[in-house]
Design a protein around this ligand. Structure first.
Ligand code: URA
Length: 440
C-alpha cells in the first residue's frame, strides 16, 4: 500500500476502500505517514468528501486506533451529551450532575476551548483543586459511586483523532462534515456510552452557520451512532445569540451554580431541561428533570463530583479587579433606538477569548476570571427597552492591555465586512427560537 496512491485517488474524487482507509489511519497514528501527507489527504477530503461507506470505515478505524472504555459493569444505564461548541455554553456543567441525579450514569469526556468557543475542562479547572485527568478505572469507579464524571479523554482514547484534530486546526480543514462527524463520534463511541444526545449548535457563534448544514451534520452523526449501536439523537439549538449571561471560565461556573440552585438564565435552564429529557428518554429512565433540579439533588451530585475529583466546591472562584463596564450608549442606544436588536454570539466569544478566557494554541494557559457578562439580551422582557447610560456589558480581564482588542471585536472594527455585532433598534425584537428541531 502506498500513501501517494491514496492521495491521488482521493484528490481525483475516487472512493477509498477499507484497506486504504485502515492503512492511512494506522500509519498516521503510528507516525509512518507524515503530517504533510496527512494534510494533503485532509484537504482532499475537505473538497471531495467521504461517502457513507467510507465514513463508516473511517470512523471505525479512528475508534480502533486506541482503547474503548468498558462501562458494562455499571448497573445504571449510561448516557452522555456532546455539544458541537458555542459561546456561553455551560450546559454540560449543569446537565451531567442533573441527569445523574435522575438515575442515569453520565460519562462526560470533554475537551478544552479552542478559538472563540469555551471548553468544559477549562471552566471546571477554575474550581480550586479540580482534577480533569482520570484513568479509565477511576472513571468507571466514580461512575459506579456517584453516577457522574466530567474529565479529559484518556490518552489512548481515539489517538488518531487527537493527531488529526490538531492537524486540521492548522490546515484549515476543521469545517468538513465527514471530518467533524467522525472526530466527534469516534470519541463518543470509544467512551463506551450506551446512549448519546448531540447538541448541534446553529448560528454565528457555531461551526455550522446555517440550519441546512447543521441538519446534515446532525443526521450524519446520528447515523454513525446507530451503526455502532449507540442510541443517538440530536437537537439543533440556536447559537446566533450566546447562551446564558456570561462567557468565560469562572463566570460560567458561577452561572452554573445559579442554575443548579434552581435559578439562572431562562435560556440555559430551558436547553438544559430539554437535553436532560431527551437523555433520560434514550436511557429509559423515568424522572422529571425540572423537579430534580429544583429539589437540590442535582446540586448534591455536582458537589459530590467536585469532591471526588479533588476540587473544593466551597472555594471562592477566581476574580479580577480589572472590570470595564460598557454602556448601551456605547453601541448606539438612544431614545430613538432603545431596543437591543442583536448581540452577536461570535463577537462576544472572540472578545471573551481576547480578554484571556481562551487560548490560540493548545499549550497556552487560560485566564480563569477573564470573560464577559452581558446584562441584557434581545427579547428580554424586563430589559429590552434601554437607556444610553444603562450598563450593557462587563468586561473582565487580568491584563488591561487586552481591553482595546476585545472592544474592537465588540464594535465590529476588526471585520470591515461584518454587520455591527451589537445593534439597537427603534422597535422591540422578538426573542430567538432556542430549539430548532430534533433528529432521531
Ligand atoms: N469537536 C470535535 O471533537 N471534533 C471536531 O472536528 C469538531 C468539534
Amino acid at each position: 500500500m502506498n500513501i501517494v496512491d491514496i492521495l491521488l485517488a482521493k484528490r481525483g474524487g475516487e472512493a477509498l476502500n477499507e484497506e486504504q482507509i485502515n492503512f492511512f489511519i494506522e500509519s498516521y497514528t503510528a507516525g509512518t505517514v507524515t503530517d504533510e501527507q496527512a494534510s494533503a489527504l485532509l484537504m482532499a477530503i475537505y473538497f471531495q468528501g467521504l461517502n457513507t461507506s467510507e465514513l463508516a470505515t473511517w470512523t471505525k478505524a479512528m475508534i480502533d486506533s486506541g482503547e474503548r472504555l468498558d462501562l458494562s459493569s455499571l448497573s445504571a444505564p449510561t448516557v452522555d451529551k456532546h455539544s458541537t461548541g458555542g459561546v456561553g455554553d455551560k450546559v454540560s456543567l449543569v446537565l451531567a450532575p442533573l441527569v445523574a441525579a435522575c438515575g442515569a450514569a453520565v460519562p462526560q469526556l470533554s475537551g478544552r476551548g479552542l478559538g472563540h468557543t469555551g471548553g468544559t475542562l477549562d471552566k471546571l479547572e477554575s474550581i480550586s483543586g479540580f482534577n480533569v485527568n482520570l484513568t479509565a478505572s477511576e472513571i468507571v469507579s466514580q461512575l459506579d459511586n456517584i453516577g457522574v464524571v466530567i474529565c479529559a479523554a484518556t490518552e489512548n482514547l481515539a489517538p488518531a483523532d487527537k493527531k488529526l484534530y490538531a492537524l486540521r486546526d492548522v490546515t484549515a480543514t476543521v469545517e468538513s462534515i465527514p471530518l467533524i462527524s467522525s472526530s466527534i463520534m469516534s470519541k463518543k463511541i470509544a467512551e463506551g456510552t450506551e446512549s448519546l444526545v448531540l447538541d448541534v449548535k446553529v448560528g454565528s457563534g457555531a461551526f455550522m452557520k446555517t440550519l441546512d448544514l447543521a441538519t446534515e451534520l446532525a443526521e450524519t452523526m446520528v447515523a454513525i451512532g446507530k451503526e455502532h449501536s449507540v442510541n443517538t439523537a440530536a437537537m439543533l439549538t440556536n447559537m446566533d445569540l450566546p447562551l446564558g449571561n456570561t462567557a468565560g471560565n469562572a463566570l460560567e461556573v458561577e452561572e452554573t451554580l445559579e442554575c443548579l440552585a434552581g435559578g439562572g438564565p431562562s435560556d440555559l435552564r430551558e436547553i438544559t431541561l430539554a437535553l436532560a429529557q431527551e437523555m433520560l428518554e434514550l436511557a429509559g429512565v423515568s424522572a422529571d428533570p425540572a423537579n430534580v433540579l429544583d429539589s437540590g439533588k442535582a446540586m448534591d451530585s455536582w458537589r459530590k463530583m467536585i469532591l471526588a475529583q479533588s476540587g473544593d466546591p466551597d472555594a471562592p472562584l477566581p476574580t479580577t479587579d480589572i472590570v470595564e463596564v460598557m454602556t448601551a450608549g456605547d453601541f448606539g442606544c438612544s431614545s430613538s433606538a432603545p431596543y437591543l436588536a442583536n448581540l452577536d454570539a461570535y463577537a462576544l466569544g472572540i472578545a471573551a477569548w481576547r480578554l484571556g478566557a481562551g487560548r490560540s494554541k493548545k499549550s497556552e494557559p487560560v485566564s480563569f476570571p477573564a470573560g464577559i457578562r452581558w446584562l441584557a439580551k434581545p427579547g428580554d422582557e424586563m430589559t429590552h427597552k434601554m437607556t444610553a447610560e444603562q450598563p450593557l456589558l462587563e468586561l473582565y480581564t487580568e491584563d488591561e492591555k487586552l481591553l482595546p482588542l476585545a472592544k474592537a471585536d465588540l464594535f465590529g472594527d476588526s471585520d470591515a465586512e461584518a454587520h455591527p455585532p451589537i445593534v439597537f433598534a427603534k422597535n422591540p425584537t422578538a426573542g430567538a427560537e432556542l430549539i430548532h428541531k430534533k433528529i432521531k
